[in-house]
Write a protein that binds this ligand. Structure first.
Ligand SMILES: [Zn+2]
Length: 304
């Protein structure tokens, strides 16, 4: 009898020990997911307000919200989705994709302009639903993997979005190919360390268009650039990005925020297909000019 009870006690102890070991292993492997995701509140209402999806040019479509842009590149081998908006925007994005006649589950590649919660909020959920491969700028990958906790500016807010592990790291001028379409990543650091613009050539029945999906380098930190130990190269990076954007050539341009390229002024919801409303190089040059001004004001420099 004593032996049997003794054995059972040993078994129970061993069972508990195994459980504790497994728990430790789980926490060690999931250090971030063990933390609660807390997306910042009190964001502008138009960040999650709907905007009817539409065809921008060729196989490039708009599937974002009124202000937070999401782009669908529909190829003959599945689709690429760039950006997701906030976590709660998933049903809206899915609905927009379906209204255009595509399916969310055909998403093969996920990209982002920058790893802030207003562009990758729903990324983890979409990756899980679709099994798509997450490709992200190598400099943004650590922040994407820890839910924004290591972002040089927003990191103080804790985990702001569900973390996502990258399947492929991207570098400046890398090509992202799917089916009949190729995108080129341009590393445009500053806003985040791995902020990225994309160039894609798309064509319709009439002609082809070189489209820039720009990440506009707005300055979000209130600290002086030389007082950011987590990002010592920030001033140099912004200067580099401004120079790069200034000299790009393209036929059409859009951006990570709809207000940056004045989507709602250029195009009424329900308007017919007209890629050239997104040509507007003058508005682009004015925007870059203003960003140079903000940079000079920040740094006290005459020229970047
Ligand atoms: Zn941002």
């Amino acid at each position: 009898m004593r032996n049997i009870w003794g054995n059972m006690r040993n078994k129970r102890a061993a069972f508990l020990q195994t459980g504790i070991v497994l728990l430790f292993l789980f926490i060690a492997e999931h250090p971030v997911s063990a933390q609660r995701v807390k997306e910042p509140e009190n964001v502008p209402a138009d960040w999650s307000a709907p905007y009817p999806p539409f065809r921008i040019a060729g196989n490039l479509y708009y599937v974002g919200t009124h202000e937070l842009t999401c782009y669908l590149v529909a190829t003959d081998k599945g689709n690429i989705l760039i950006n997701t908006g906030l976590a709660g925007s998933l049903p809206l994005i899915k609905n927009s994709i379906e209204r255009l006649g595509f399916r969310l589950k055909d998403t093969k590649i996920l990209l982002t302009s920058q790893v802030h919660y207003d562009h990758v909020g729903a990324m983890a959920a979409i990756k899980q639903l679709t099994g798509a491969r997450m490709m992200v700028n190598a400099k943004d990958a650590p922040v994407l993997a820890d839910g924004g906790r290591s972002d040089y500016e927003l990191g103080g807010l804790g985990v702001q979005f569900k973390p996502v592990q990258a399947d492929r790291l991207l570098y400046d001028e890398d090509t992202i190919a799917l089916g009949n379409t190729c995108l080129i990543l341009l590393h445009h650091p500053g806003h985040t360390k791995g902020s990225s613009s994309f160039l894609v050539t798309t064509k319709d029945e009439k002609r082809s268009y070189r489209v820039l999906i720009a990440n506009i380098p707005t300055i979000i930190t209130r600290r002086p650039f030389d007082a950011i130990p987590a990002y010592p190269d920030i001033a140099r990076d912004y200067a580099y990005t401004l120079e790069s954007l200034k000299h790009l050539s393209f036929d059409l341009w859009v951006a990570a925020h709809a207000s940056q390229f004045k989507l709602t002024e250029k195009r009424m919801p329900g308007s017919p297909y007209d890629p050239l409303v997104f040509a507007d190089r003058k508005a682009y040059d004015t925007l870059i000019h203003d960003l140079y001004g903000a940079y000079r004001e920040k740094t006290g420099q005459k020229d970047p």
